[in-house]
Every structure is written in structure tokens, then in C-alpha cells.
Design a protein around this ligand. Sequence first.
Ligand SMILES: [Zn+2]
Length: 98
Amino acid sequence: MPERALLERDGYKCQYCGHKLTKETFTKDHVLPRSKGGLTTSGNLVCSCYDCNQTKGDRTPEEAGMLLLKPVKSVNMFDPTRKMMEIYNNFIKQGSAR
Ligand SMILES: [Zn+2]
């Protein structure tokens, strides 16, 4: 997964706190941690600042109480995590007051 594509998809922003990121400052966060079966695919990776990545650690967004700013879009139609991310994205929609 090219880092630049990930940054462009996420608008050069941390997907947890909205902090502006650059190629030098961003980190890649596994939304579903690898220890819980999360894959390193675009559907399971978001741009995150170092602090949010550290805070979230080895937890899911629910466990960490850190919801994503916007639903994760997989760049690849056949990404095996797509189905999983749809479940997360529904959770985010239900959790927001909008
Ligand atoms: Zn952040």
C-alpha cells in the first residue's frame, strides 16, 4: 500500500483527531489490530498521528473509545477486510448524532 495513496485518501489528516499530517509525521494505524486478525490492507489502514496511534495501541476503535472521523474506504474492491470495515462503518454511523 503506497503511503502517498493512503495520505491522499485520508486528506493528510489523522483519522482519529483530525490533526494535520505530513509524509514525515504520519503513522499507519491498523484499525483492527494485527493481533486481532487485522490485515495490512487499505481497508484496514488509516493515517494516524503518532500520539493517537500510541493511545489506541493494540485495541479496536470501540475498545479505545476512538471513533474514526469518516468511514474507511478500501482502495481495492477485493480487499478481504471490506466486509469487516462495513460493520465498523455502520457502528460509526449509529454512534454519531448526525
Ligand atoms: Zn491523532
